[in-house]
Design a protein around this ligand. Structure first.
Ligand code: FPP
Length: 258
């Protein structure tokens, strides 16, 4: 018996899949607290959800996945937690290399390199170089990322180009801004998932998610499994995306004579 296509299993057409999914992985701390465990145990368990989610997206044929792993604001956390998280990222970047190559995954870094420990930068660079020609799922690891800082950098970069006479102010359009962001070259997300129930954007991809569909799930990130991702994708497939237009049903009503 031939196994069912994983997209068919969802009961949706392949065209209805989001091309780019972005996830705010929240709730690691609460997951740990509920169990009387240190917060780092929640992050460690969260790393398992990262693996399961990446593999599942690759299997479904999703083209882009962006994961919010560490924000510039997260440096305010206790030193022990930050150090533990940094060690976890370095470890993850080493441990997942086989899985990344077996699944043809390309990893990109989204964020600033400033303040990241040498060990993380080293493992990041090895992983990025190793998988740069892979043609499957692109995973953007938002590590040391903040959307406002990204926009400020883009504005500075455009201003420098104007100052150098390479660009006229009137030539700055939406595409020029998009192409100056750290995320340049990656299409905007279609679906943003936030776990653990909070209704916030937390300085995540503010420019890029202008027309994304939002899906907030109550599940804590360490409990997030492929079935939760499937649920969000099915919900996404049911949404009518209008991009500021009225949508086909309203258009029919307006266009109908009399
Ligand atoms: C938010 O939960 C989570 C983070 C700030 C870190 C995300 C890190 C992981 C998912 C670990 C593994 C990631 C990779 C890429 C290997 P929180 O601590 O804010 O949870 P809380 O709101 O319940 O306190």
């Amino acid at each position: 018996m031939t196994p069912l296509d994983p997209v068919e299993e969802l009961g949706i057409e392949r065209e209805a899949l989001p091309r780019h999914i972005a996830i705010v992985m929240d709730g690691n701390g609460r997951w740990a607290r509920q169990r009387g465990l240190p917060r780092l145990d929640g992050h460690r368990e969260g790393a398992k959800s990262v693996r399961a989610t990446v593999t599942h997206c690759a299997r479904l044929g999703i083209e882009y996945l962006t994961l919010y792993a560490f924000s510039l604001e997260n440096w305010k956390r206790p030193k022990m937690e930050v150090a533990g998280l940094m060690a976890l990222y370095a470890e993850y970047l080493i441990k997942e290399r086989d899985e990344i190559m077996e699944n043809g995954i390309r990893v990109l870094h989204l964020g600033s390199r400033e303040r990241l420990p040498d060990a993380v930068l080293r493992e990041l660079d090895v992983t990025l170089e190793m998988c740069k020609d892979n043609k499957g799922l692109t995973v953007s690891l938002a590590l040391n990322y903040a959307s406002r800082a990204e926009i400020v950098e883009a504005v500075r970069c455009l201003a420098r180009r104007v100052q150098a006479g390479e660009l006229q102010p009137d030539e700055i359009d939406e595409a020029a801004v998009s192409n100056s962001l750290w995320s340049a070259g990656v299409p905007d997300p279609d679906l943003v998932i936030r776990t653990a129930g909070e209704m916030r954007l937390s300085n995540f991809l503010l420019w890029q998610i202008s027309y994304a569909e939002l899906c907030v799930v109550p599940t804590f990130w360490p409990d997030f499994r492929p079935e939760h991702l499937n649920g969000a994708i099915i919900e996404f497939a049911k949404r009518e995306r209008r991009f500021g237009d009225v949508g086909p049903v309203a258009a029919q009503v307006t266009d109908s004579p009399g």
